[in-house]
Design a protein around this ligand. Structure first.
Ligand code: SF4
Length: 416
């Protein structure tokens, strides 16, 4: 089949290359389909670019990757789906082709998202392993589920096709290439759409080869696209050892969570070029071990000259000011480079935190945003600590930042 793969993501603070589409493109090519990538990130005229691709390539189906529903911040939330809905509508009405959607956003509420966008099919989870079957069924006129669950076979080769992605432009505008060592996350954070998603590791040698492909083109700065790098200590060590053995000189940044670390891991991370980690922390019902792991990770990273930025989500139901004050004092003592504090919790329909809030009407007064959208596709937040109170508690400590007050991501703020 002829498949047009579209990246509609125009966020450029910084721009993020569509790594998921690259895996899909390679998988489709290997299965004998003709593909064309349409990256709209830098497009100045979306519809002119879409029409040009449609008339030149004449695809039979379009695949659209959706990274995020919205910017997950409040206030000044940016909602991305309306412009994507217009693209879906354009493809269907003007060209009459089916549209299949995928990407990280579908981990939320795939069916409601499909309805909202007016698309035909959706793949939730890694799509590269299942999209060919979907296309074959469509080609044969066989019945296909509307929502297909994606999967990834551990250690399976996962080639990437970057044709049509202008990496030089991404780098010029502050973006960097990503790579991933695994899919999924085994943690069960109550507010996270990736919680308890199936974990499958990639072959470290394949990932290193993938990085080499970029290095050979002159790109040496990367970010890890894993939910959290330290999903498994042995796997993280094996990957770092393979990267070290490759003797490539690169710089890279990673997300990490408390747990699954060792002094050796941090040493290897530094030796292979890690200069920044973002540590994902939340204050919801944590045990002492969680805080002690947090402390040790910050200590070990600093000991290896790795900058640590903490993304702290707090202000959950039933938490009080005492806990917030304790968290602030805890990080004052550990003094990472920065602590980004977010007290606006984005709710999605099937999350445990949403069920907790829905069960207690006394919490409804802390809801803000689109309270009437039952599917919670339009942004809905829970917030019980207002920013003025937060500013008062932060006082003069400059390394605390209130999330949403500054544009950018951690690697663009601390590109050392
Ligand atoms: S550890 Fe990170 S990715 Fe995993 S569930 Fe928690 S917040 Fe989500």
């Amino acid at each position: 089949m002829k498949v047009l793969l579209i990246n509609p993501n125009q966020v450029r603070t910084p721009p993020a290359p569509p790594i998921g589409l690259e895996f899909i493109a390679a998988s489709l090519e290997q299965s004998g389909h003709a593909i064309r990538m349409l990256d709209l990130c830098f497009s100045l005229d979306l519809y002119a670019d879409i029409d040009k691709a449609m008339s030149e390539f004449r695809p039979e189906i379009a695949g659209i990757s959706i990274r995020n529903i919205d910017s997950v911040l409040f206030p000044n939330n940016e909602f991305y789906l309306d412009s994507i809905r217009q693209i879906v509508l354009h493809l269907k009405k003007r060209y009459g082709i089916p549209v299949i959607i995928g990407g990280a956003a579908l981990m939320v509420e795939a069916s409601a998202l499909l309805d909202y966008l007016g698309a035909d099919y959706g793949i939730s989870g890694p799509a590269e392993n299942v999209i060919n079957d979907v296309l074959v069924k469509l080609q044969r006129g066989q019945e296909t589920d509307r929502i297909i669950r994606g999967n990834y076979q551990p250690y399976a080769p996962s080639p990437r096709c970057t044709a049509g992605i202008d990496y030089s432009r991404y780098y010029q505008e502050g973006g960097i290439a990503g790579f991933e060592t695994h899919k999924g996350c085994s943690s069960s954070c109550v507010y996270c759409i990736e919680a308890n998603s199936p974990v499958a590791f990639k072959n470290p040698m394949h990932v290193v080869q993938e990085i080499r492909g970029f290095v050979e083109q002159g790109f040496d700065h990367f970010h890890l696209c894993d939910a959290e790098f330290n999903e498994d200590l042995d796997q993280a060590l094996t990957f770092c050892e393979a990267l070290k053995k490759s003797a490539m000189t690169i710089r890279w940044v990673a997300y990490m969570k408390p747990g699954n670390f060792s002094q050796k891991l941090f040493r290897l991370m530094r030796e292979t070029g890690v200069y920044l980690i973002t540590l994902t922390i939340d204050s919801f019902k944590k045990c002492p071990l969680y805080w002690s792991d947090t402390e040790k990770i910050i200590f070990n990273a600093k000991n290896n000259d790795i900058t640590v930025v903490v993304d702290l989500l707090t202000g959950f139901p039933y938490e009080d000011e005492e806990l917030l004050t304790w968290c602030l004092d805890f990080f004052r003592r550990l003094s990472p480079e920065r602590v980004n504090i977010n007290t606006h919790i984005r709710l999605y329909r099937n999350l445990p935190i949403t069920r907790i809030i829905k069960a207690d009407p006394s919490l409804f007064c802390f809801l803000m945003g689109s309270v009437t959208d039952e599917n919670m596709i339009r942004p809905l937040f829970f917030n019980r600590i207002d920013n003025n109170k937060l500013r008062e508690l932060i006082a003069e400590d400059k390394f605390f930042k209130i999330e949403g007050t500054e544009i950018g991501v951690n690697y663009s703020r601390f590109n050392i």
